[in-house]
Write a protein that binds this ligand. Structure first.
Ligand SMILES: [Zn+2]
Length: 480
C-alpha cells in the first residue's frame, strides 16, 4: 500500500492516475526532465539475487533518489509505467570498447549499454567533444570512461614511451586530456611500466590493461595494476613463460588455482571477454567466417570504416586453431567466478571482426552463461561489478551498477525478468543513461537514423569512390 501522508510532494498512486497516459512514456524526444518516476515496475536491484515486485523508482538529476512501494515524488515528474509486468534492472557495462564516435555511442545505448570504458586509440574529437557531450546527456550514449593506451615500442602501432621520464610525463598528459586510466600494453620496459604505475598512483590515474611481457601480471598487480583487460593475458604472462612460444596449446587446468590465488591476493578485476576470444577462434585462419560476420543483420549499424577494417581479416591468415585454448578459458573464467574474483564484461568492439557495438555485449553475457556462470553472476559482471571497479579505481566517482538509492540511474526497462532470460535485455522497452530516459521508439529512431546515414555513405562511396571516413566523419564528431 502507498502512504497517504500529505506533504509538498505528491503521492505516487495519484500521480500515476493523473499522468499515466500509456503513450506518454513511449513517444517524443529523450526526456530532458530532471525527474523521472517509474511506477509499477519489478526491480532487479542486482545488489543480491532478488526481485522486488511492484515498486516505484524516482530518478532526479540522473541519480536514483528513492526505491520502494511507498515513495513521494515531486509534482512535475515524468511517469513511466511498468504496469506491474515490466522489469527495471541496471544498464549494462562494456568495459572494453574501442568505439569512439557519437554514432557508436547511440548504438550501444540502444542495446542497453549505459557504461563503456574506451580502452585506447580514441580520436581526439571523441575526448574533447563527444565524451563530454554524452556524459552531460546532451547527446545519447552510455556514460564513458577512457583509458590512454601506451606501449613500449611501435610494434602494434600505438603511442609508446622509452624512458621513465616520458612515462611520467605521459600520465600528466593523459590526465590533462580527460583520461581516467592508463592502459599498459605488451612491450613496455619494466622501468617505463613502474614509472607509469608510480606516477599513476600520484595523479589518480590507475593502471589497467594487458600483461606486460617484461614484467608479468603478478608484479604488475604488486605495483598497483587494478584490472586485466582479457583473461587470455594469463596465457601470455602467467600460464606460459612470458616470451615463450607454446603455439596454440592450452595450459594445464592444474595451474588455475595458483593464478586465482595471485589475482585474489591483490584484489584485481579481470575482464571476462569469453565471447571475444570465441569470436577470434571462429575466424582464425578462416576468411569465409569474416564474410559471414559482414552479413549479420546488425552490421547495418556498424561504421563503414569498421566494415572495411573487418574485411582486412585480422586473424584469417593465422595457422592452427584455438579451440583448446577457448575450452581452457571457459574453465578458467568459470573458476575465477566460483572463487569470487571480480569479473567485468568487456568485448573489444568494434576492433575485432564480428563484434558489433552492443551486440557483442549480449553475446558475452550468453558466453558467460554457457561457461556455467549463473545468470545472476553473468549479469553482475555487466552491472554491479563494473560499478565496484570504478568505485575502487576512481574514488569519488558517481557510483553505478545497482538499482539502489544514490546510484547513477543507469537503467533498462524490459518485458521479462533478465534473471530468468538474459535475452530480454536485447529488446529494451527503454533505457536511461546520463540522466535521460529513451523510450523504445526513440531508441529505434536512433538506430534507423544511423543505418540510413551509413547506407547513404556507402552509396556515395560507390558513386564517388571516396573513402567512407571522409564522408561519415565530420570534423567534429559531435555533429551527428
Ligand atoms: Zn582492446
Amino acid at each position: 500500500m502507498y502512504s497517504t501522508s500529505m506533504s509538498t510532494r505528491m503521492i505516487v498512486p495519484l500521480l500515476s492516475l493523473l499522468l499515466c497516459d500509456p503513450t506518454f512514456a513511449q513517444v517524443g524526444e529523450p526526456s530532458a526532465s530532471t525527474a523521472i518516476l517509474f511506477v509499477h515496475v519489478n526491480v532487479i536491484p542486482m545488489d543480491h539475487d532478488r526481485v522486488l515486485r511492484d515498486q516505484s523508482v524516482l530518478v532526479e538529476d540522473g541519480v536514483i533518489k528513492a526505491v520502494g512501494s511507498v515513495i513521494s515524488a515531486p509534482l512535475h515528474v515524468r511517469v513511466v509505467d511498468g504496469h506491474r509486468v515490466k522489469f527495471l534492472s541496471p544498464g549494462l557495462a562494456d568495459m572494453h570498447v574501442h568505439s569512439d564516435t557519437s554514432r557508436d555511442m547511440a548504438v550501444l545505448l540502444a542495446n542497453g549499454v549505459t557504461t563503456v570504458l574506451n580502452m585506447g586509440g580514441a580520436r581526439n574529437s571523441f575526448m574533447t567533444h563527444t565524451r563530454s557531450a554524452v556524459n552531460r546527456g546532451d547527446i545519447p550514449g552510455p556514460h564513458i570512461y577512457t583509458g590512454f593506451l601506451v606501449d613500449g615500442t611501435p610494434e602494434y602501432g600505438y603511442f609508446f614511451v622509452t624512458t621513465p621520464a616520458q612515462a611520467s610525463a605521459l600520465v600528466s598528459l593523459a590526465k590533462t586530456n580527460g583520461y581516467d586510466f592508463i592502459k599498459v600494453y605488451n612491450n613496455l620496459s619494466p622501468e617505463c611500466f613502474y614509472a607509469l604505475a608510480d606516477e599513476g598512483r600520484i595523479q589518480g590515474m590507475p593502471i589497467i590493461g594487458h600483461g606486460v611481457t617484461s614484467v608479468g601480471i603478478e608484479r604488475q598487480f604488486a605495483a598497483g595494476q587494478i584490472m586485466v583487460a582479457h583473461t587470455e593475458e594469463y596465457l601470455y604472462t602467467v600460464f606460459f613463460k612470458p616470451g615463450s612460444d607454446p603455439g596454440n596449446r592450452a595450459p594445464s587446468p592444474n595451474q588455475i588455482p595458483d593464478a586465482i590465488a595471485l589475482t585474489k591476493r591483490y584484489g584485481a578485476f579481470v575482464t571476462a571477454d569469453l565471447n571475444t576470444y570465441a569470436t577470434i577462434a571462429r575466424q582464425w585462419g578462416k576468411p569465409a567466417v569474416v564474410d559471414d560476420f559482414l552479413g549479420m543483420p546488425g552490421v547495418r549499424y556498424l561504421d563503414p570504416d569498421d566494415r572495411i577494417s573487418w574485411r582486412g581479416g585480422l586473424y584469417t591468415s593465422r595457422k592452427g586453431d584455438l579451440s583448446a585454448r577457448l575450452a581452457f578459458l571457459k574453465l578458467f573464467t568459470k573458476s575465477l567466478s566460483d572463487a569470487g574474483v571480480p569479473l567485468i564484461t568487456g568485448t573489444d568492439t568494434p576492433a575485432i571482426p564480428g563484434l558489433i557495438p552492443g551486440y557483442s555485449l549480449r553475446q558475452d553475457l550468453h558466453a558467460l552463461e554457457e561457461a556455467g556462470l549463473t545468470r545472476y553472476e553473468a549479469l553482475s559482471a555487466a552491472t554491479r561489478t563494473p560499478g565496484e571497479f570504478i568505485a575502487k579505481a576512481k574514488p569519488g566517482s558517481q557510483m553505478f551498477g545497482t538499482v539502489t538509492v544514490g546510484k547513477r540511474a543507469d537503467l533498462i526497462l524490459s518485458d521479462a525478468n533478465p534473471l530468468d532470460d538474459l535475452s530480454t535485455l536485447e529488446k529494451p522497452s527503454g533505457v536511461m543513461a546520463n540522466g535521460r530516459w529513451h523510450s523504445a521508439t526513440e531508441l529505434q529512431r536512433l538506430l534507423d537514423g544511423i543505418a540510413a546515414k551509413y547506407e547513404a555513405a556507402a552509396r556515395l562511396q560507390r558513386l564517388t569512390r571516396r573513402s567512407p571516413r571522409s564522408i561519415t566523419h565530420p570534423k567534429s564528431d559531435v555533429a551527428h
